[in-house]
Each structure stands twice: as structure tokens, then as C-alpha cells.
Design a protein around this ligand. Structure first.
Ligand SMILES: C[S@@+](CC[C@H](N)C(=O)[O-])C[C@H]1O[C@@H](n2cnc3c(N)ncnc32)[C@H](O)[C@@H]1O
Length: 321
């Protein structure tokens, strides 16, 4: 008779996935969801009680069970128990700065083509939400260097990332280096080269020269910016630099749906806007991408425009019918 556990063994620790299989263990985080959808994340500790507004619940009643069950508190409150997914963890973890939401982290991983073994640099690390997705994508054989200029945010990120990947005390994901400092100054000083540079900060254009010098030919810069003025300034700075392909900008909108019999309609709640994403690829040294001959939209670079401006943006003068 097979002695293998019905759900298989645990995920190999050397995969650094941040995921466990099998019975819940002491020291693990679980997520309890009540009938109204309220969520509580708790760290399982033998002998401890979780207090709810509907009585208590012993952690010992959870430890040793397979996740995906319902537990009842002493006053009859019902809670669904699962291990948190990465997408759930990042929106409930303690925050310093605003986080990259899972819908955007997924876009960044896909469209900036983050691959296992990649050398990636990001700034700023903020609360470490995007860091978790990037580490998942590069894996233990990749390299992720995260710059953060505010020490208090770096501390929050370190705790969050360490909690998610479950590293032993004093250790962290083997691909990760967290560096305190400004990417625009520290990255050139490091002399390191990267495949991908991800910028999530107020002024990513200030980091573009450092990014261009650090990127290998064919590498990708990806910026995540919240406002249209940031988007414009970053795009024009990329064009003006000349060592990148024409930048692409987009945003993603995700809408949930209510589906019940014939009542099928969009959900009432939607995150209308998070941020815009921009990507561009690094040309080889000395190479410039063919100019995109484009006629600027009327007024695009008119007297009110004060930002950077690539010369080719005006090489076809505006004409009227
Ligand atoms: C919006 S937060 C980043 C959130 C993070 N990506 C996450 O998902 O949790 C922006 C962070 O960038 C940092 N920052 C801004 N400019 C920077 C720079 N040039 N170098 C390093 N960090 C920078 C800020 O201190 C702030 O913590």
C-alpha cells in the first residue's frame, strides 16, 4: 500500500514558491473568511485562541488539517480556512507605500517578460508587493535587486517578502538583494547589467539614464505610473534618449461579473484606475531604432507643452485639411 500523502508531498523548499501543500502546520499563515466575506490572516500557534466577534477558535483545531475546510467559533460563527494566495497576501499585508495590485503585477510579469533565471532590478520596493511576484517569476536561479530610498519602507518590504516566502530567521529568498538608496545613483555605481528594469516611483524619468546604462541589448524597461502627466513625461524622456524602441503605453481594467441563473451582469464594484504601464526595449550600443514618423496630434507640443520633446516628434509638420 502506498504511504504517499493523498495530496502529495510539500512543494520542494528549493523552489522558493512561498506555497505549502498538505496539513496546516504551526508557524504558517492562514486566511479565515466569514459569511460576510470579512478576512482575517492569522499565524498558527499551538495553544493560542483566535478571538472573533462570534466567540473564540483554538488554533489547535486548525493545525494538522488539510486547508479548504469550515470551522465554527464557540458562538457559532463559520469561517472558511485556506492558505492565502500571493494575490490575497499582497493586498492584506502591512503597507508602507501603496502597492502594485495583482492585476498590474500580472501585466508586468507578462509584458516585461520576466523569466526564470532573469536578472531584474526594481525601484522602489515600497511594501514589497511587486517584489513577491518578481521573485516568483525569476525563481531561485535568477536575480532581483530592489532599490528603496526610504529605510522604513525597506523594513516593511523585508518583513513582507520574508513572511511570504517563509525564509528562516535572518535569511531571505536567495535571488533577492534589497539595497537602500536611490536607483539613479546606486545602479550606475554598482556597474551591474540587467535584463529587465522595473520602475514604480513618482519620477521614473530621473532613472532613465541609469536604466539605459544597466540594460543589456534587447532588455526591457517597464514603468508603472499613476497619472497622465507622469505617463507623458516618461514616454517623451524615453523617446528623447534615443537608445530605446518606441515606448508602448497601456492600462488594464478588470471587471468582475455577477452570474446567477439569468441574472448575468457586470459587478457593481470595479477598480476604475490603478496606473499606466509603459515598456520599451533597449537597443544595442550605438544603434537607434528607426524613427517613428508621426504627425503630432494638434496641440500635442503646443505652447502649453513644457516637457521633454524628441526632435522626431515634429519632423512631419502639422497640416490642416
Ligand atoms: C509606490 S511605492 C512602490 C510600491 C511597490 N512597487 C510595491 O508593489 O509594494 C514607490 C516607492 O519608490 C521609492 N522611490 C522613489 N524614487 C526612488 C528612487 N529613485 N530610487 C529608489 N526608490 C525610490 C519610494 O520611497 C517609495 O517607497
Amino acid at each position: 500500500m502506498s504511504t504517499t500523502h493523498p495530496t502529495g508531498g510539500d512543494v520542494p523548499p528549493e523552489a522558493w514558491s512561498g506555497v505549502h501543500r498538505g496539513p496546516l502546520r504551526a508557524g504558517e499563515w492562514v486566511r479565515l473568511v466569514d459569511g460576510k466575506g470579512r478576512k482575517h490572516n492569522i499565524c498558527l500557534e499551538p495553544g493560542k485562541t483566535f478571538h472573533t466577534n462570534r466567540g473564540g477558535m483554538s488554533h489547535d483545531d486548525l493545525i494538522g488539517r488539510e486547508e479548504g475546510f469550515t470551522v465554527t467559533s464557540t458562538s457559532g460563527g463559520e469561517y472558511l480556512v485556506f492558505r492565502p494566495l500571493l494575490s490575497e497576501f499582497v493586498v492584506s499585508m502591512p503597507r508602507g507605500a501603496a502597492v502594485v495590485y495583482p492585476k498590474d503585477a500580472a501585466q508586468i510579469v507578462a509584458m516585461a517578460d520576466i523569466f526564470p533565471g532573469a536578472d531584474v532590478v526594481e525601484a522602489g520596493v515600497g511594501s514589497g508587493a511587486l517584489t513577491c511576484s518578481l521573485l516568483r517569476a525569476v525563481g531561485p536561479h535568477g536575480k532581483l535587486t530592489s532599490y528603496e530610498r526610504r529605510e522604513e519602507f525597506a523594513d516593511v518590504a523585508r518583513r513582507n517578502v520574508t513572511q511570504f516566502f517563509g525564509a528562516p530567521e535572518g535569511e531571505t529568498h536567495p535571488a533577492w538583494s534589497l539595497r537602500l538608496g536611490d536607483l539613479a545613483e546606486e545602479l550606475p555605481a554598482s556597474g551591474e547589467r540587467y535584463d529587465r528594469v522595473i520602475l514604480d516611483m513618482l519620477a521614473p524619468w530621473e532613472c532613465l539614464d541609469a536604466t539605459a546604462d544597466a540594460l543589456r541589448p534587447g532588455g526591457i524597461v517597464c514603468a508603472y505610473v499613476a497619472t497622465t502627466t507622469q505617463l507623458s513625461r516618461f514616454m517623451e524622456t524615453v523617446r528623447l534618449h534615443g537608445g530605446f524602441t518606441e515606448p508602448q503605453a497601456w492600462e488594464s481594467l478588470v471587471r468582475d461579473w455577477h452570474v446567477e441563473g439569468l441574472a448575468v451582469r457586470p459587478g457593481h464594484k470595479m477598480i476604475g484606475h490603478t496606473a499606466f504601464l509603459v515598456t520599451a526595449r533597449r537597443m544595442a550600443p550605438g544603434q537607434v531604432a528607426p524613427l517613428k514618423r508621426r504627425r503630432p496630434a494638434p496641440g500635442a507640443y503646443g505652447p502649453d507643452y513644457t516637457g521633454p520633446r524628441a526632435p522626431e516628434a515634429v519632423d512631419e509638420p502639422e497640416t490642416s485639411e
